[in-house]
Design a protein around this ligand. Sequence first.
Ligand code: ATP
Ligand code: FE2
Length: 330
Amino acid sequence: LICLGIEGTAEKTGVGIVDSDGNILAMAGEQLFPEKGGIHPRIAAEHHGYWIPKLIPKAIDEAGISYDDLDLISFSQGPGLGPALRIVATSARTLALSLNKPIIGVNHCIGHVEVGKLDTGAVNPVTLYVSGGNSQVISHESGRYRIFGETLDIAAGNCLDHFGRETGLGHPGGPVIEKLAKKGSYVDLPYVVKGMDFSFSGLLSAALRKVKKGTPIEDVCFSLQETAFSMLVEVTERALSHTQKDEVMLCGGVSANSRLREMLKTMSEEHGAKFYMPEMKLCGDNGVMIAWLGLLMYNQFGPLDIRDTGIIQRFRTDEVEAPWVNSDES
Ligand code: ATP
Ligand code: FE2
C-alpha cells in the first residue's frame, strides 16, 4: 500500500509518501518563519492553505507515482493549533473524496515515535519528545502509548523560544541559546519536577529576571539549558527504570541540541539502555511520520468514516489504541 500523509499541527507544512514496507518515497515541507513574536494560529493556517496544494503534486512527482497509485490519505488530526488543523483536515478530505481513496486521521505525537522507530530500528523505546509545542516522555505499555511525564505548562522549546524573543536573540531561540551556552557558567535557576511532570514557565521567568539584573547572557543560557534538560532527563530516567526497557529515543525539534543529546545518551548508557535518535529531518514535524502512522493504523483498524475526520485539538497520546506494538517484545 502507498499512503500520502499531510502534517500541519503548527508552523511546518509537510507532505510525505510512504509504502507499507516503510520506504520513504517522498518528503516535502515548508517552514513558516514568523516575522515577529511567536506563531499566530491564523498565520499558520494560511501558511498550510498556501503550501499544501503545492506540496502534494511536488511529493507525487518526487515519488514518481500518479495519484491513482495512492491507496490511503492520512492527516494529523491533533494535537495542535485549531485553525491549522482545520486546513489540514479539509485538505485531506478533499483529496480523499476527489480521488475516491480511504482516509485516516492520526495522532501527531505517536507519529513522531513511529517514524523514529522506523528510521532508527528501535523496537520499544522510552521516548523523549521535545519540540516548540510539546514535551512528553512516552512509552508503550498495555496496548497504548502512555504519557509517563509531560509539561505542566509550556513546552521546553517554547521556553527557549520565548527567552530568545524577550532577550532580543531572535526566533527560534534554541540554536542561539545553544551557541551562547558554550561560553557560560552556572547560575542558580529553579528546577521544577512535580511527580513525573516538569514545568518550564517559572524557569523562564527566573531566567529573564537574571538577564534584567545584569547576569551575563552566556551564563543564563548555559544555566537555562542545564536546568531544563536535567528536568527532562530525570523524568525519562525514571520512566526507564519503571518500565525496565532497554531503549531510549529522542525526537522533536529540540533534539538538534547536542547538549541534550549528550545528557540523555549518558543517562541511557548508565542504565545499559541503547540510545537512539532519528535523522534530524525526521525529528521535526514532517509528512512522512503521518503517512507511516496512517499505514500502521489502517492495517489495524481500516479507514475512518468521513464523518469522523473532525480535528481533535487536544488529542492525547494515550487516547489511541496501539496494538501493533508488542510491549513484551523487548
Ligand atoms: P511541534 O508541532 O512538534 O511542537 P514545532 O513546531 O515546535 O513542533 P520543531 O521543528 O519540532 O517544530 O521544533 C522547533 C523547536 O526546536 C523550537 O522551539 C526551537 O527553538 C527548537 N530548537 C531547534 N534547534 C535547537 C537547538 N539547537 N537547541 C535547542 N532547541 C532547538
Ligand atoms: Fe511535532
